[in-house]
Design a binder for this molecule. Structure first.
Ligand SMILES: C[S@@+](CC[C@H](N)C(=O)[O-])C[C@H]1O[C@@H](n2cnc3c(N)ncnc32)[C@H](O)[C@@H]1O
Length: 244
């Protein structure tokens, strides 16, 4: 009875999801925490990175890439035996740390961000984790770094993976250049492709530049004969594009 009355009040919620969470008196947030900490093995150092991010950056900490998403991406990178990756959007370095852990000792992650204060916080943890030698931090805009990388032809077709989690309006501008940098079978992971639900609704998309540009990038991938694409409802949405 309680469930059906809640269902009537909450017209925008998928009823199946609502039943799943309310039956067990858990919020989506509780379930996310449970999956992160009771169904994954997260080293104390990575928990401390997140705690310091929350303590120092307060509201901005919402930008942290979710724990289970990083575990998932790390798993794929390990499976692919990747050696060379590119990240646009480092923030306090949680996803970069997860990627670097998955790389071999001579692996390389080019990690790009425009904010020194935020990346300085992450650098301490990269060092403590013993993976700092695998991460080349570039404090420049993604646009500049992509142009520099492509200016050297020896970089083309050499990256095993890329993760884009930076300025959303530039996602469409980044797309083609990243595909050029990927080697065959290399993959691009595009973050936030649900954008809090806004990409799923035309009216919301039209009133939100980020949602519009994210959606445009997903469409570019879906219409691109050079790649295979799949999207999953993990965190705020992850679309993975693999170069053929
Ligand atoms: C959502 S956060 C990244 C979160 C990060 N992946 C993590 O693991 O927590 C987005 C980051 O993109 C960075 N950014 C914004 N504009 C950028 C640009 N033009 N080029 C590179 N990075 C940019 C911001 O400084 C911010 O740190």
């Amino acid at each position: 009875m309680e469930l059906s009355s809640k269902k009537q009040q909450t017209t925008t919620t998928n009823p199946l999801t609502l039943v799943k969470y309310t039956q067990h008196h858990k919020s989506r947030h509780d379930v996310q925490d449970f999956v992160n900490f009771s169904m994954n093995k997260i080293p104390d150092l990575k928990v401390r990175l997140r705690r310091e991010t929350h303590e120092k950056l307060v509201d901005d900490a919402i930008m942290l890439t979710e724990i289970d998403q990083c575990e998932h991406m790390q798993f794929i990178i390990k499976l692919a035996k990747a050696k060379k990756g590119l990240e646009l959007g480092v923030f306090t370095g949680y996803s970069a740390l997860s990627f670097a852990e998955a790389l071999p000792d001579d692996g390389l992650l080019i990690a790009v961000d425009v904010n020194k204060e935020w990346t300085d916080l992450g650098k301490k943890y990269w060092k403590e984790a013993g993976v700092d030698h695998k991460i080349q931090l570039r404090l420049e805009g993604g646009d500049i770094v992509l142009n520099e990388l492509l200016a050297d032809e020896s970089n083309i077709d050499t990256f095993d993976f890329a993760f884009v989690d930076a300025d959303k309006p530039n996602y469409p501008n980044y797309y083609d250049r990243i595909i050029k940098l990927l080697k065959p079978n290399g993959f691009l992971m595009i973050d936030n492709t649900i954008w809090n639900g806004k990409t799923t609704d035309e009216t919301l998309r039209n009133s939100d530049e980020n949602a519009r540009c994210i959606w445009k990038t997903v469409q570019m991938a879906l219409n691109d004969e050079r790649v295979d694409v799949h999207s999953i409802y993990l965190s705020d949405g992850l679309t993975i594009v693999q170069k053929k």
